[in-house]
Design a protein around this ligand. Structure first.
Ligand code: FES
Ligand SMILES: [Fe+2]
Length: 385
């Protein structure tokens, strides 16, 4: 977020603090529970959002150098993302063009990808550069047997991919001018990967996203964890294109009022920035680092189960024991709060949806980000594009 924007947002939050209010919508929002429980709806989401749509699939920090790569199966499609010798990040289907084995596994650094089945060898740009017993494939030109490339764009530290071959997008259009400028200001491209954790929980993927979209629950559910650090029921709420932005306030925010605005050069230290990079990425600025949640409907049970990857990025590489201790404590607090408090309760919510207690739940006027996120999901599924 640019400096002028930071100051404007801090003033909004200070106003809410002074008036004991928060961002609101004119009316509460009625959300059908069927969208959390219906297999048909889940199937449409999987196809439209997670298969055919653009997804922020990872971070530049995961493939910092030429030859670095990572694989990702969370969409249900095996994907390989690699940085070429030319520095360009490319995505491919992680499927050998001989008989279909995965050519890469996990993440790492490599000069090329050698299929573990019969050793067809692919360059970092996906080209088939060698295959044993070449005479066996006479007449089948190597140039037609490269890995299938996917649309991939790297922008400001985020890597966007569409899992469907032939579908192309543009981050210019996905985020729009305003949000691209705002993301660029975080300089996430210069960050370093610290840790990643994978989780599977028994809830619809949207229940998981919902957890991050209001601060109304902080003083209750998180009274002993983050409520002493971050204000409850106090946040901005905006939708900029398809991106939902929720800025919360750390309890230090009021300190800004002791200084003239011209000296507000550390506003970000007082904010918590939550961005939903639609549909499934919760991109979070926290004090001195960035946490990113990639949340997917699970392949085994897309209605009632989600899988997620939580990654923690730091502005400097953590080399000293002191730095590692600092980030470990941060990561532990995050995971403890979310896993033991939010997700325990979220799993109960998913069970409750199936109980027949109600056909809809309500998002209050003071929970606008939930309105924005769900309205967008509902509209996209209804439009079928
Ligand atoms: S399946 Fe990859 S080399 Fe045969
Ligand atoms: Fe929470």
């Amino acid at each position: 977020m640019q400096q002028a924007q930071q100051i404007a947002q801090a003033k909004r939050l200070l106003h809410y603090l002074d008036t004991r209010t928060t961002a609101t919508e004119p009316e509460p929002y009625h959300q059908p529970t069927a969208e959390y429980t219906c297999p048909d709806h889940a199937g449409k989401e999987q196809r439209l959002l997670f298969r055919e749509g653009p997804l922020c699939i990872g971070a530049s920090a995961q493939i910092r150098n030429p030859g670095d790569y990572f694989t990702d199966d969370m969409t249900g499609v095996p994907i390989l993302v690699a940085r070429g010798r030319d520095g360009i990040a490319r995505a491919f289907l992680n499927v050998c063009r001989h008989r279909g084995a995965k050519v890469a596994d996990g993440c790492g650094s490599s000069r090329s990808f050698v299929c573990p089945y019969h050793a067809w060898n692919y360059g970092l740009d996906g080209a088939l550069v060698g295959r044993p017993e070449e005479y066996g494939f006479e007449g089948l030109d190597r140039e037609h047997y490269g890995l299938t490339e996917l649309w991939c764009e790297e922008r400001d530290g985020n890597i966007w991919v569409c899992p469907t071959p032939g579908k192309t997008y543009s981050v210019d259009n996905i985020l729009g001018v305003e949000m691209n400028a705002e993301m660029a200001a975080y300089q996430f491209g210069d960050y370093h990967h610290y840790e990643t954790k994978h989780l599977t929980r028994q809830m619809n993927w949207k229940v998981c996203v919902d957890t991050f979209l209001e601060s109304y629950h902080f003083p209750v559910l998180h009274r002993n964890s983050i409520a002493p650090i971050i204000h409850g029921n106090l946040n901005t709420a905006d939708q900029i294109g398809s991106t939902v932005r929720m800025l919360g306030a750390r309890r230090t925010l009021a300190d800004l009022q002791n200084r003239p605005e011209s000296e507000w050069d550390d506003v970000l230290r007082h904010l918590v920035g939550v961005y939903i990079l639609f549909p499934n990425v919760v991109w979070t600025w926290q004090l001195d680092h960035i946490e990113i949640w990639h949340i997917y409907p699970s392949q085994a049970d897309p209605v009632n189960q989600c899988t997620m990857r939580i990654s923690f990025y730091t502005p400097e590489p953590a080399v000293t024991e002191k730095a590692k201790g600092h980030w470990d404590r941060n990561f532990a607090l995050l995971m403890k709060t979310v896993e033991e408090e939010d997700f325990e309760l979220s799993e109960q919510i998913q069970q409750g949806f199936h109980s027949g207690a109600q056909n809809e739940i309500v998002f209050g006027r003071n929970e606008p980000c939930l309105h924005y996120f769900h309205r967008t999901v509902t509209e996209r599924v209804a439009a079928g594009v």
